[in-house]
Structure formats: C-alpha cells, structure tokens
Design a protein around this ligand. Sequence first.
Ligand code: UDP
Length: 476
Amino acid sequence: GSAASIPHVVMLATPGMGHLIPLAELAKRLASQHGVTTTLVAFASTKSSTQHAFLASLPPSITSLHLPPFDLSDLPHGTTIETLMSEECARSVPALTEILTKLKETNHVVAFITDLFGMDSFDAAYSAGIERRYLFIPTNLHLLTLMLHLPELDISIPGAFQDLAEPLQLPGCVPIPGKDLLSPLQDKSNPCYRWMVHHASRSIEADAILVNSFDAVEPDVATVLQQQEPGRPPVYNIGPLILTESKSKSINTVPPTSSRAACLDWLDRQPARSVIFVSFGSGGSLPTEQMRELALGLELSGQRFLWVVRSPSNEGAVNDNYYDAASKKDPFVFVPEGFVERTKDVGFLVSSWAPQIDVLAHQATGGFLTHCGWNSTLESLVHGVPMLAWPLYAEQHQNAVMLAEGIGAAIRVPELKGKEMIAEVVKELMAGEGKGAEVRTTVPNLQKDALEGLSEGGAASTALAEVVGKWAGDQN
Ligand code: UDP
C-alpha cells in the first residue's frame, strides 16, 4: 500500500544506547511481523559515532531523524544524567510537535512510543493529535512497579529510602533494600528525584505500557501486572528485545569496520565455556582503586577472561561515558603494572567497546561479570550465560537483587570488592559447586523460556500482536 495506508509508528528514544537499541528492535519486530513502518527520533546530544553507525545500520522500514540540539548550558555542573535527559526532553516538545505534525500529513500514524524519561513528549503527541501514546520500559516489571508506586511512596516515605529499616516489598516483587532502589531516587534533594516522581505520575497517561522483559525472569510480578487494574494502563511484556548477532556487526566496533574483532579470534582459541566476559555497559566505568582490585582479582582467580577496559571514573561519576560510549583516554595505562604481561596467556583486554552480542554468543564464553544493565542482562540470558552482578547506577542495583535473590540467574559480588573476594566469586561462577552450580542450571532454563516467548505464538509475540491488533480499525 501507499504510505498513507501503511500503519506508521513514531518512537522517541531519550539519550543512551540502552534506550535506542531496544526501541529499534521493537521497530524491526513491528516491520517483520506486522508490516508496520517506524520513524525513530533521536536526540542530537548523543550523536556519537556509535549512535550514528547504529542508526545507519537499520533496515529501510525504519527512518531515523535527529531533533535539533537544545541548549542545556544553564544546568549546573554535575547535573545527573536523569535530569539532563528529562530537561532535554521537556525542551524538545515544540520541535517534536512540529515533527509529529509533519509526519502525520504524509503517514498513517497510529501510535507514538517513548521511554520513561520521555514522558513530557506526550504533550507533543497530544498537540499533533496522535491517537495513542505508549510508554516503553526498556528494563523490567520490577522497575515499572516501583514507578507505578512512586507517587504514593513519595508521600508515605518522607525520609531517604536508604534509611528504611526493611527492604521495600512491592506487589509480586523481590524485596529491595532501600539503598539498592533506582539511583536517582536516593537523594531526594537532587532535582533528579523530582523528575522521577514527575515521570512516574505521568506514566499512567499511557494507553498501554510495553516492557522489555519476559515472564520467567520475574514470574510473580508478571502475574500481578497481567491483571487489569482500574487507573493503570494495561501492561504488555514484549521482550527480550535484543540485537541479533548478524545485525550487531556493523555497530559493534568503534569506529565501525567490516573486519572481525580480534577478541573473537582470541575466543576461538579458548576452550568451551572457559572465559568470563567483563564489561560495564556503554556508560559504566570504575574508580581506579576498584579497577586495580578487579584486575588482581581476575588474575588470582586463574580463570580466563575477556575484559572491556574503560578509563576510570575518578573525577566524575560512574556513568561518565554515558553520553559518549568511548573512553576519553587510553584505558590500558590504568591497569596494575605488569598485569598485561602476567596474564597474557589467559586474558584479553579490549579498549572501550567490544562486540558484546558476539562475545556472549561465542561457545568459549561461560560467564559474564556485568553491571546488570538490562540490555546486558537480557543478552546474557538469551545466550545462556550465567552472571556475576556488579551494579553501578540507575536501576542496576535492583536488577542485581532480583537476579541474585529472585530468580537465581546471578551471583552478586559482595559490597567490599577486594581482590580475594573477586577471585572467589569468579571461580564460584565459572566452576563452583555451590551457588555457581545453581546459577549455571537456572540460566539455560531462562534461555529456553526467553526464546520460546519470542517464537511464533510465544508470549512476547502474542502480546505485541494484541497491541498491534488495536490499530487495525483506524481510519486512514
Ligand atoms: N555494548 C556493547 N559493547 C560494549 C558495551 C556495551 O555492544 O563494550 C552494548 C550491549 O550489548 C548492550 C548495550 O550496549 O546492548 C548496553 O546496554 P545496557 O542496558 O546493558 O547498559 P547501559 O549501557 O545502558 O548501562
């Protein structure tokens, strides 16, 4: 049919590859399974080479465009990424309204989708007269539940969450200690706390909430949210939406190249399931001291490792690289002296960025020391790789709790991250007979459930079909 008759969706991805990648995967799924085309709108502030290569790799059913840049220079130094993203989104409403209005003139726009930090963009969708507005949660049902309860928690818990005597127990959720709750909620005097309450309050404006999770990884809360509840939008669990191997090739090297990454050649030479992959996501980095303990811990463990090394985060925050996925300096100078030489037979270091999907899919990879970013978590589960949880920021601590204490897909690295402790948990994950053995049994079952859900007639496919089904009766 012509553009005027093909259902078209507009998506706004707030800054960060972790938001962009799953939305793009959703767009691919909409095209391949339902013949729906998408315009994917991104922010100019994150026009990194990674983002650029990624957008360029998308199939023709997805058109991408950038919003104009917005001036954020009035915000004080040290403003959190959550506030930056929220401010940027709020300031983009007029420009976005214009884009949406134009798109509506030439396309049969059936829905607008954005993620949590993009709630204010609903105002643009209202102004442009787009009939349906959806909230996409790139993480999980635990995070969504926290958001749905946040407006009431904001009133019922006046003090700091970290001072709560008992873990917070929300319906169907693993109890989460206050200090492990979403990081922008930790300091209520920081503007980012108010922003989160604001987004949470607006989340119920969505016609439906789409979540990048699957029932088996958080079964109890999935049951709770499957029930319709007055005043709460219906929730659809449509994950795991992750990059597939072949499609990840073009963006998985920075700068993009067509040749195979050297770390994959190295993996080819390692025994099956013998290597622990160490990476802290697109934005994470460690303070120098922890980098050092990690290096020595890996060495002490005697296990093979593939480590994506980033410059340390001393001056700034643990999410220093968030807006720009590349290390600023040569990160290898920060590992302990002699470390590279001593571990050259068992270890391989990559600077800044690795082709993570290909690494997790490789038969030599047997474990993943991860910051528990949700995309990384899903990628690990889909490839059946057990995890060691070393959360840094955002909702990563609560992900770690739910993975370690809930479903048992991860072992958590204890609070005091000394080299001996690190060596011990690495060994346990890779070869131990206690928790390690349990995790190594649980993860393949979750892998099976995830893949089943995505197959034709599976839970994720059915949920998405139900959403799309509502668009069928629309007038062109
Ligand atoms: N990623 C990658 N190579 C790297 C680091 C990250 O390919 O060296 C990809 C990873 O596969 C995932 C995303 O970047 O798809 C990171 O998302 P996640 O939600 O795990 O963490 P975030 O970057 O948002 O903290």
